[in-house]
Design a protein around this ligand. Structure first.
Ligand code: 13P
Length: 338
């Protein structure tokens, strides 16, 4: 039963040419996003905005899954339909962020680890009843002279693996998100080294926790220079570094890799995804699971104004379409013009 459920979920999500929309911002993060467009946060605004996202006409052409935040599972659209049902009825799989955010990891140079394992199984049972078929857990790693430390790498891998094992026991597909942060002035080589160790430890921990890789989704950061690095790399270089690291440490049993955008601009995230998909066949699908890179232009077009809902939805659809073509290596800059 659990296996069948996960097979079904993976089959739907890992559709070539489709990706995931991450709309699972925590209360603090969505407040920040709303502030950027001068919208005051309230539960009703969050419902209205997420309802706009989930009811975007034709979204299912490019998006196969949407990651929701806990309260959104119980939110309804303007017609009174529950948002997970709205997604499901279009053939989009609803998912849920289950981690409880970051805390400082003791005995490190202010590195962080993710919390949320306590009571996870009970929470997942409830989310499953509410329609969630996959989950997400994000762990972060920073690059500096002394980080990521082995302490942070081992602790993060262990948490991600324990989370994934709990999900699979309940038939929920885990999205495993190890994010190597873009902040800093490190170069692409340093990012490649850090990413390789992080992923290597992660797959080791997943092995020891007997996680079935066939029913997992990897959501990593691309291998990029830090945002303050003087030497910014070309999309070709980014694609080559990213694939070279992934080919050495991500097992071929993983069906799909869905990148996070992690502070790249919407256009950069599309261009780099396209470059990654222009280097020939790989053992896994290589698609997107973008938050900011899909939502930023949509939020700007919306501005919290009901009269701008259609314009905001068109903007979201356009970005989703561009990423969808990038996920099969067929994007061209001229497609940016609407
Ligand atoms: P970004 O694409 O904005 O990095 O968000 C993806 C995500 O889900 C972070 O957990």
């Amino acid at each position: 039963m659990s296996i069948e459920m996960m097979m079904n979920t993976i089959e739907k999500i890992a559709t070539p040419g489709k990706g995931i929309l991450a709309a699972d911002e925590s209360l603090g993060t969505i407040e920040k996003r709303f502030k950027s467009i001068d919208v005051i946060t309230s539960e009703e605004q969050r419902r209205a905005y997420r309802s706009l996202l989930c009811t975007t006409p034709d979204l299912a052409k490019h998006v196969s899954g949407v990651i929701l935040f806990e309260e959104t599972l119980g939110h309804k659209d303007d017609q009174g339909r529950l948002l997970p049902e709205v997604l499901e009825s279009q053939g989009i799989v609803p998912g849920i962020k289950v981690d409880k955010g970051l805390i400082r990891l003791a005995n490190t140079d202010d590195e962080q680890v993710t919390q949320g394992l306590d009571g996870l199984s009970e929470r997942l049972e409830k989310y499953k009843e509410q329609g969630a078929r996959f989950a997400k857990w994000r762990n972060v790693y920073s690059i500096s002279e002394n980080t990521p430390s082995l302490t942070a790498i081992k602790a993060g891998a262990e948490m991600l693996a324990r989370y994934a094992a709990v999900c699979q026991e309940l038939g929920i597909v885990p999205i495993i998100e190890p994010e190597v942060l873009i902040d800093g002035d490190h170069n692409i080589e340093q990012c490649a080294e850090a990413t390789e160790v992080v992923l290597n430890e992660l797959y080791n921990a997943l092995f020891y926790h007997q996680v079935e890789l066939e029913f997992t989704i990897l959501k990593p950061s691309m291998v990029l220079p830090g945002k303050n690095c003087k030497d910014q790399s070309s999309p070709q270089e980014i694609a080559e570094y990213t694939l070279s690291v992934f080919r050495s440490v991500v097992p071929a049993a993983v069906p799909t890799i869905n990148f996070l955008s992690g502070g790249q601009t919407p256009v950069q995230a599309t261009v780099n995804l396209n470059a990654i998909n222009s280097l020939g066949d790989q053992p896994w699908l290589l698609s997107f699971s973008y938050g900011r890179a899909l939502q930023e232009p949509c939020l700007k077009a919306w501005e919290g104004n009901v009269e701008k809902i259609n314009a905001a939805q068109s903007t979201l659809l356009h970005r989703a379409k561009l990423n969808s073509v990038a996920s099969i290596g067929k994007y061209a800059a001229e497609m940016e013009a609407v």
